[in-house]
Each structure stands twice: as C-alpha cells, then as structure tokens.
Ligand binder design. Structure first.
Ligand SMILES: Nc1ncnc2c1ncn2[C@@H]1O[C@H](COP(=O)(O)OP(=O)(O)OP(=O)(O)O)[C@@H](O)[C@H]1O
Ligand SMILES: [Mg+2]
Length: 507
C-alpha cells in the first residue's frame, strides 16, 4: 500500500503576470499533520486550491496524486466526494443561515423531493459535539464569533467524511485559548486516522502539532523537514522561508515617550443591539507622544469596541465619556471627524472595513489620504503612484504591479495594503487593531520597524493585539482588559505572559 495520501509532482501555476507556483513537489504521508510554511505570497493558498480542485485540471501543469491516483477535478465538489476537505483562509459560511444548514449545505439528500430536516439537525448535533461547539444547531452563524465559526467549518468538513483535511491559517483570528483547543482537536483527528495539511504563520503552533513541515519560497518547494528527526526549530523554518537569518525580530527602540496626547476618561460603550448592555464599562486611560501603548486581553474583552468608539463612533457604536486630544476636550462623531482630528485606524476586519477588494492596490493605499495626493481637488496621479510604489517597496507587498486588483493578492499582502493605507494618511495617533494578523515573520519585523519610525517622529501608536510576544516586544505600556474593563496596567519592564494572563482573569 502507498504510504502517501497525497503526492505532488512538478506543479506550476501561472496567473497573469505572476507565477504563483513553480515546479512544486511534495508528499504527504497518510495520517500525519503536514504543515506548509512560507512568506506572504509564497504560494501556500494557491497550492491548496490546486489540490482541492478550485483550479481545475488544465489551469496548472504538473501532477497531483490523491490516494495513489492522479486527480482530474473540475471543481471542489469532485474532491469533496473523495474525502478531501478544505477550510479556506477566509471563512466561507453563509452568515444568515443556521449552523446545521451550513453544515449540510450543498450535500443534503431528499426523499421524494423532501428534505428530512430533523435528521440533519440530529446529525449536526453529533458533529458539533465532536468539535466541541456547545451551541444549538439552529443558531444563525452570524451570531457566532470567528472561533466558533471556524468550528462550524470543521464540523462541515467532518460531515463530508473527510480523509484529508486542509486548514489554511485556521488559528489566525483565534485567541490563545481557542487556538489551543483547535490544535488539540487536530491531534484528535490525527488519532482517528485523518490526514491534516495545515498552513500557519504561527510557527510555535506548527512545531507543537506538525510531524512534517514543507517550506515554500517564491512559489518553489524549498525543503521538507521531519520535525522530530531534523530537530526542527523556528529559526530554521524562518531561515528557509526568508532565505536569510532573521536575528532581531523586534527592532531596537531609540526614542522614549513624552507628554500626554490623548486622554480618555470614564468611557463606556453600549452594545449595538442590546442597548442596556455595556461592552466597555467606564474605562480611563492615557497615551503619550512617542509611545506605543498596547491593549491585550481575551476575545470579547471589549478592546475593538473601545477603539472603534474612540474613532468617532464610526461603526455604529454609542458611547459616553470624555475624550481629550492635546489637553482639549473633543467630540468625534464620524470617521471623518476622527481623521480630521489626527486619528488613523487600522481595522482587524480587513475584508469588510479595510479594503475595497475590486479596486487596485494604489487606489486602496491612497483612499484615506486623498487630500495628500490630490491638489485643488484634482487627483494627482503621479503622487498616488509614488506613494503606492513606496509602500510596495517598504512593506514588500508581493504584487506584479500597483495596478493589481486587491482581491488577487494573497491574504497577508492584502493586510499589508491595509497597513499602507493608514500609514499614508500619516495621522498623529495610529490605532492599529491586530496589525500583523496573517502576516509572515519577515514582514512583521518590517511593520515593527515602521512603528518605531512613527513614534521616533513624535507620533503615537495604540496597538490592540492578541499576540503576547509582539505586545511584550513592542509596547512601552500595556493595559490588560477583560469583560469590558481595564483590569490592570503594566510597564514594559514588568510585563510577562503570565502576569498578563493573570491580570486578565483575576484582575
Ligand atoms: N486569482 C489570482 N490572480 C492573480 N494572482 C494571484 C491570484 N491568486 C493568487 N495570486 C498571486 O499568487 C501568489 C501566491 O499567492 P497565495 O495566495 O498562494 O500566497 P500565500 O502563500 O497563501 O500567502 P499568505 O501567507 O499571504 O496567505 C501571490 O503573488 C498572489 O498575488
Ligand atoms: Mg494564503
């Protein structure tokens, strides 16, 4: 019997102007967890799309063998029938349908044209139990957080009797606790004989669960490692991903904070639907010139709501409290008023709030800085191009040109465009929500370097982040939030992961 469930030989996939994959070869053993690592745009998602039939035969060259047979898929449906399931980088559930409808969508059977709903509800319960999601199957998916939606996707994959499960950055939007649960679930599946292919930029997680790691760089398969046998470390993975050593992940800081620029007092934010519930409860904090201030805490702690409400209540939040900028009280009632007062905001939800996917890279980057690239109200195309080219180079945005439609960029490169957009608006106070989510290690370091430049220029940064290493590595001060309240404050010197966790839970 063949010990490999999946074999890829000399795979090449070309898009207009981009060779996403070039002669990629790799083998996945039956029953293992095989991780794909590589920088943003290295070709990881494209590879999984070829494997699962998103790109049908004829749109690539080379061979894919699944269970010993060369595949010839015309669509994802064909691969699903053979027990191959993929969970894409961006979740793909129907938000307004229930959990059980999402699980069985597209593969329900009818008897005399009638669907037996009760059967599907009962079966859903079984799968929800397997993935550890404690929600009634009738719950509408949009009411669930990202972590739980992820579990619904997995339940859906199981319902199709997956033998090979591909997870494209499954934990990128999850907090530590949720990620840990998902990793445990993956190990559980492995025990049951399911093979897993996992893509992740969180290398510590990769090393925790993977048996094998294949590194892709610039569309080429560089090397496959046996995690135990090769005694694989994060440093070795990074070196192979980037093509060089990356020694200082957190660049050195040369400046120190000055006087207070922003002060928020007794700030509360109300739930957008349940108007008597406070999602942020009487919070007070300050931010200094030249400071990087971090907010951390578990999912649902109220960090994002706090930031969105400060940014001119621009996402439908209702808030009360005092806001002072440079000592003066101010009322901000829209994103525009926030921008006019010197605030800039990078949203954690880049898809719906950060980008116009059908427009090109340069238009997206210049979007919130229109007054900088337009003179007398007329667009200055030259300035727009210059700005976009600069960020493309500084942040290493992988795209054939700045005229590329953003939707065609890889997930991490889209995130870099969001970051560029806010940077180009050049605000006095940057609010960045999960600025490096889905971004590879090399580009993370570049973003940290830019953050240091920003504060060295006398501006200030508020960073919401679930990644404790980056919080501890970058912030001057840290506020720990939970349940809508600030539970405590730590200086750079005091901060450790243990203290932060303890503060969030105990206060
Ligand atoms: N539909 C498309 N049209 C044009 N180019 C594309 C398309 N899809 C992907 N690309 C390009 O192919 C390359 C590989 O992209 P891919 O999404 O596979 O990267 P990735 O390794 O998954 O990166 P990330 O870590 O950012 O998710 C990138 O340069 C990307 O811009
Ligand atoms: Mg990807």
């Amino acid at each position: 019997m063949n010990e490999y469930i999946l074999e890829i030989e000399n795979l090449t996939k070309q898009f207009p102007g981009v060779r996403a994959l070039e002669n990629v070869s790799l083998k996945v053993k039956k029953g293992e967890i095989h991780s794909l690592c590589g920088e943003n745009g290295a070709g990881k998602s494209t590879l999984t799309s070829v494997i699962s039939g998103v790109y049908p035969k004829g749109e690539y060259t080379g061979k894919v063998f699944y269970k010993g047979k060369e595949t010839n898929y015309h669509s994802v449906k064909d691969s699903e029938k053979e027990g191959l399931a993929i969970i894409h980088q961006e979740l793909a559930l129907s938000p307004y349908l229930s959990i059980y409808e999402n699980i069985f969508l597209g593969h329900m059977q009818t008897k005399f044209g009638i669907i037996n709903w009760n059967k599907y509800i009962a079966e859903s319960s079984k799968y929800l139990k397997t993935v550890g999601l404690n929600e009634p199957p009738g719950t509408i998916v949009s009411k669930l957080g990202v972590g739980k939606q992820q579990l619904v996707e997995i339940a859906r994959a199981l319902s199709k009797k997956a033998e090979l499960l591909i997870l494209d950055e499954p934990t990128s939007s999850l907090n530590d606790d949720e990620s840990e649960k998902l990793l445990q679930l993956m190990l559980e599946f492995k025990k049951q004989g399911i093979t897993l292919v996992m893509i992740s930029h969180k290398l510590n997680e990769v090393l925790k669960v993977a048996d094998t790691v294949t590194v892709l760089r610039d569309g080429k398969s560089i090397r496959t490692f046996d995690v135990k046998g090769d005694k694989l470390t994060e440093e070795v993975i990074i070196k192979n991903m980037v093509g060089r050593d990356l020694t200082h992940r957190f660049p050195e800081r040369k400046s120190s904070p000055g006087e207070t620029v922003l002060e928020v007092k007794n700030w509360s934010v109300y739930h957008p639907e349940y108007h008597n519930i406070k999602v942020v409860d009487n919070v007070s904090f300050y931010l200094r010139k030249g400071e990087i201030l971090a907010f951390c805490g578990p999912m649902g702690a109220g960090r994002t709501e706090l930031m969105m409400s400060i940014y001119g209540n621009s996402y439908g939040y209702r808030s009360e409290g005092e806001l002072h900028i440079n000592g003066k009280p101010i009322m901000l009632s829209s994103a525009k008023s926030a921008i006019d007062s010197g605030l800039g905001y990078i949203s954690e939800d880049r898809k719906s709030l950060g980008l116009i996917l059908i427009q090109d890279v340069k238009t997206n980057i210049s979007h919130s800085s229109l007054n900088k690239v337009s003179r007398f109200g007329i667009m200055d195309n030259h300035a727009e191009i210059k700005t976009a080219e600069r960020y493309r180079k500084d942040l290493n945005i992988r795209t054939p040109s700045i005229n590329q439609i953003v939707r065609n960029l890889s997930g991490g490169n889209q995130q870099k465009v969001v970051v560029s957009k806010t940077l180009s608006a050049n605000p006095e106070i940057f609010i960045v929500d999960e600025p490096t989510r889905g971004i590879d290690v090399g580009a993370k370091t570049e973003i940290y370097g830019i953050m240091n430049d920003i504060i060295a220029a006398g501006k200030s940064v508020i960073m919401v982040s679930s990644e404790l290493p980056e919080v501890i590595g970058m912030a001057d001060r840290i506020y720990v939030m939970n349940e809508g309240k600030i539970k405590g404050e730590l200086s750079k010197k005091e901060a450790t992961p243990e203290k932060i966790m303890h503060m969030a839970l105990v206060g």
